[in-house]
Design a protein. Structure first.
Ligand SMILES: C[S@@+](CC[C@H](N)C(=O)[O-])C[C@H]1O[C@@H](n2cnc3c(N)ncnc32)[C@H](O)[C@@H]1O
Length: 206
């Protein structure tokens, strides 16, 4: 079976094209919500091909990490085309080579629906470690819809999501946030009952 890294190395040249209908139909409208009120030094974990770049707050200093060099190469090209300067590093989110308390905020869009459940707490601990005390982490994540029809459609679509992206709708990200000792300050659906925006705060008195 392909590892997540191999999968993204393979899919990187086609990723933006494959995702185009979702990007323009769904994601563009909700990406700005990730950055609401954020400034300073921001970590974009699982930066992918850099789809969040147009929405980075002006003046922010952004560091993007991803385990796939092929996805990062696309992000670098995207940043150049948009005239934005960002620092990009090939890194696993569960083992960040970044100093403690060095970021004001962090975002991760559609990373945790790719990360297996057993890697979610280690990933959250690492992100919390590099955030300053009280820093905000925002996540955009797919969840399995509750309504019978939507759930049935999602079930049909899931094997493709798994094959192409290694993604699933079955991650228990909110439970893992609590397990990691972090505080959920807000959670709400931003696309039907399918995509959630989850805001997390690291302990303010570390
Ligand atoms: C579905 S894509 C989302 C990309 C981007 N955030 C977006 O919103 O379009 C998931 C990304 O997470 C990266 N990824 C998966 N597992 C990772 C890990 N353990 N550490 C770092 N990046 C990872 C993949 O390489 C891929 O680029």
């Amino acid at each position: 079976m392909l590892s997540t890294l191999d999968r993204y190395q393979r899919i990187a040249p086609f990723y933006d094209l494959l995702d185009l209908p979702f990007e323009y139909g769904r994601y563009r409208q909700i990406r700005p919500l990730l950055f609401d009120g954020m400034s300073g030094r921001i970590l974009d974990a699982g930066v992918g091909t850099g789809r969040n770049i147009p929405f980075y707050p002006q003046g922010a200093e952004v560091v993007g990490i991803d385990q796939s060099p092929a996805m990062l190469a696309r992000a670098a090209r995207h940043a150049r085309e948009l005239g934005r300067t960002i620092e990009l590093h090939a890194m696993d989110v569960t083992r960040l080579s970044l100093p403690d308390k060095s970021f004001d905020a962090a975002v991760a869009s559609f990373l945790f629906c790719v990360l297996p459940n057993d890697l979610q707490v280690p990933a959250l601990h690492e992100i919390a470690r590099v955030l300053k005390p009280g820093g905000t982490l925002r996540l955009l994540e797919y969840v399995r819809p509750k309504g019978a029809i939507r759930a049935a459609i999602a079930r049909l679509w899931e094997p493709w999501m798994k094959w192409a992206y290694g993604a699933g709708f079955d991650r228990k990200t909110e439970e893992h946030v609590i397990e990691a000792g972090l505080e959920i300050t807000e959670t709400r659906f931003v696309v039907d009952d399918l995509i959630k925006l989850i805001s997390v705060r690291t302990d303010p008195i570390r």
